[in-house]
Design a protein around this ligand. Structure first.
Ligand code: AHG
Ligand code: MN
Ligand code: MN
Length: 336
């Protein structure tokens, strides 16, 4: 078994690809925060962390105690080190300003502190998703950092990753040259490189979508899913299996492991919103990881990483995973 830890991997990245020391430090700090979140999640009822806060976040969603706790852990871990100009999160309406007493740095950190909240209380995998951008023109240390600084296309991400808190806790990471997976050794506290070159198979016979929304979907999605369901006798000529965990982190992790297509389309429930998932801290980091692993990610008509964001909490339709299937559903949209 490899004994390459996250720290050693990052040092090698600096040696081979000139990864700056402050970016390396940023990733180490995020990984440390994820280790702490993993611990809190694993305690469950013993830690008194299950259940709701009785509050709503900016999206009007009920906040779980662990949503808020995970958010606080990430903020506290990252605010003092001098590597960030600011942070933004699913759980905060506005950008988080680095307190004046701390130095500021070159990067912006955007995150979904706990993804899959609906699964926390039923002991199913959840995770943390994060994206790192450069702060445009740096931060001069004076005044508040504006929301505009964050509104960069996914192609501008310098790093994207997620931690999954499942039967094993893992950190999956890309710095723009492939995708690596590290497994947390809970006794030693180390992240150990266990998945050296994660690739998404180009073809698949597995799909993930919340079928209960079928009646609300747009025509191209209805057509595509009916073809998948028709199996060997249908136009696609093969049988497809279906999985839906309702934690994007867990569904994407499965796709990175054995292929598949993940879909959260826009639908007619809330016609003014282009889907449920958030561009900046769900779709963009996951799309960078999937592309780096040889897969594809679109909103049905356009590559997700090319979308120019216009707000921090903007939503987007998501089709990602094995290339051949993502290209098929994208073609169905473009024919419509
Ligand atoms: P979050 O818990 O951060 O709000 O995200 C939940 C998301 C995503 O993880 C998952 O794919 C999707 O919501 C599930 O939605 P449905 O409950 O509508 O299936
Ligand atoms: Mn989420
Ligand atoms: Mn969340």
């Amino acid at each position: 078994m490899s004994s390459i830890t996250l720290s050693r991997y990052l040092i090698e990245q600096t040696r081979n690809f000139n990864t700056p020391a402050d970016l390396r430090f940023l990733i180490e700090v995020v990984a440390r925060a994820c280790r702490q979140i993993s611990h809190e999640v694993s305690l469950g009822a013993l830690g008194g962390v299950l259940g709701s806060m009785g509050t709503e976040n900016v999206q009007g969603e009920v906040q779980k105690k662990l949503d808020v706790l995970s958010n606080d852990i990430l903020l506290e871990a990252n605010e003092w080190g001098g590597h960030l100009a600011g942070m933004a999160s699913e759980e905060m309406e506005q950008a988080y300003q680095i307190p004046g007493k701390y130095p500021k740095g070159a990067y912006l950190l955007v995150f979904d502190p706990l993804d899959g909240s609906s699964n926390i209380d039923v002991n199913v995998s959840v995770g943390t998703i994060f994206s790192v951008l450069r702060c445009p023109n740096g931060h001069n240390g004076k005044g508040d950092l504006s929301e505009e600084a964050f509104l960069q296309k996914g192609t501008e991400q310098v790093c994207a990753g997620y931690a999954i808190y499942g039967p094993q806790t893992m950190l999956v990471l890309t710095l723009g040259n492939g995708v690596k997976g590290f497994t947390l050794d809970p006794h030693m506290g180390n992240w150990v490189l266990t998945h050296d070159n994660i690739r998404v198979p180009e073809q698949t016979a597995e799909f993930a979508i919340n079928m209960s929304n079928q009646r609300h979907w747009e025509a191209p999605v209805k057509r595509y899913v009916s073809e998948l369901l028709a199996g060997k006798e249908g136009p696609l000529g093969k049988n497809y299996n279906m999985r839906w965990i309702a934690s994007m982190v867990a569904d994407v992790h499965r796709i990175l492991t054995r292929g598949g297509i993940f879909m959260y389309p826009r639908d007619a429930r809330e016609p003014e919103k282009p889907g449920k998932l958030r561009l900046m801290y769900e779709a963009n980091p996951m799309s960078m990881i999937i592309e780096q692993a040889g897969g594809a990610a679109t909103n049905g008509t356009q590559r997700i990483l090319d979308i120019q964001p216009d707000s921090l909490h903007q939503r987007v339709a998501v089709f990602l995973g094995s290339k051949e299937e993502v290209e098929r559903i994208t073609a169905y949209h473009n024919q419509a």
